[in-house]
Design a binder for this molecule. Structure first.
Ligand SMILES: Nc1ncnc2c1ncn2[C@@H]1O[C@H](COP(=O)(O)OP(=O)(O)OP(=O)(O)O)[C@@H](O)[C@H]1O
Ligand SMILES: [Mg+2]
Length: 284
């Protein structure tokens, strides 16, 4: 494997979802009553011609307003959704044609992670480890180590998942993502819902993974400091399109005003807010 090889390459990737004008659960009446302005046969371009590459060993971020297509993009990379157009490759393997090979190389952490709720964190993690071909004792050891690092209370490790708070469940989701040291790690808002100390623990862990395990990471976040602290480069997504792609400093320089460099938050609002105004003008 060459060092300059791209871990992840997206070329002209698009995804459209059909806007439905009726539900199959008998809610049509309600919709009609509400006068839902959902037109038959219309499509929304959720991911629209996205191209960028992530070199091996880098952490790249995807920022964007709610609904801009970040999770959809991550789901396509992780083979959970098929792109309508374009190609996605992970170390040269196509996500559509070689989905099984891809699944062995990647892992995804998301806020909507699913677990066996009646089973404990450790049982869930060992199960996940076994799916990836880890021996149970090795999975127990690594899971325990990661949960310890994330400040997960030891006494809860054997309690059912359903008894845990959302933040605690998120830590288990993160532990599951880090369990197998995947070559490409997809982190979809990994620290959303975590307290400040836990957030910092996770961020330190992410840095460590890059340094020690040569992991390549794609991260979505709404935390600008996190993006700035972790990401080598940032793609700003708005309405499915990449509207900027640069380092945090590059993005700031791009949006520089007379009174000095803006914060990344200013950049975000400037970039994604401007397009709103443009759209309004277009519609007029
Ligand atoms: N399965 C689906 N069917 C129809 N529309 C969908 C589906 N999944 C996502 N969408 C729509 O696609 C758009 C993008 O959603 P997505 O979850 O990718 O956004 P996001 O950038 O991750 O937002 P957030 O910051 O809130 O997590 C939204 O308008 C959403 O309603
Ligand atoms: Mg999302």
């Amino acid at each position: 494997m060459k060092m300059d090889e791209h871990a992840l390459k997206l070329e002209n990737v698009s995804k459209t979802f059909a806007k439905r004008d009726e539900d199959d659960n008998g809610r049509r009446g309600l919709r009609r009553w509400l006068g839902a302005a959902i037109r038959r046969g219309t499509k929304s371009h959720v991911v629209d011609d996205v191209s960028f590459s992530v070199p091996r060993g880098a952490i790249y971020g995807v920022l964007g307003p709610n609904g801009s297509g970040k999770s959809t993009l991550v789901r396509m990379i992780s083979t959970l959704l098929l792109p309508d157009a374009g190609t996605i490759t992970v170390f040269g393997h196509d996500v559509v044609d070689e989905s099984l090979a891809i699944r062995r190389m990647i892992n995804r952490v998301s806020v909507d992670a699913a677990f066996f709720k009646k089973l404990s964190p450790i049982e869930n993690l060992v199960y996940a480890g076994r799916l990836y071909g880890m021996a149970a004792p090795a999975a127990v050891e690594r899971a325990g180590h990661i949960l310890g690092r994330l400040g997960f209370e030891e006494k809860r490790i054997g309690r059912p998942m359903e008894e845990l708070s959302r933040g605690m469940q998120q830590k288990v989701a993160i532990a599951r993502g880090f369990l197998t040291s995947p070559v490409l790690l997809l982190l979809d808002e990994p620290t959303t819902g975590l307290d400040p100390k836990s957030k910092r623990d996770v961020q330190e862990f992410i840095k460590e993974l890059r340094a020690d395990h040569d992991a390549t990471i794609l991260l979505t976040t709404h935390d600008m400091a996190e993006a700035e602290g972790l990401c080598n480069r940032i793609a700003v997504l708005d309405k499915g399109k990449v509207i900027a792609f640069d380092t945090a400093d590059g993005l700031k320089a791009m949006c520089r005003k007379d009174d000095g460099l803006p914060s990344l938050e200013d950049v975000f609002i400037q970039l994604t807010g401007k397009r709103l105004e443009e759209d309004e003008q277009k519609e007029e």
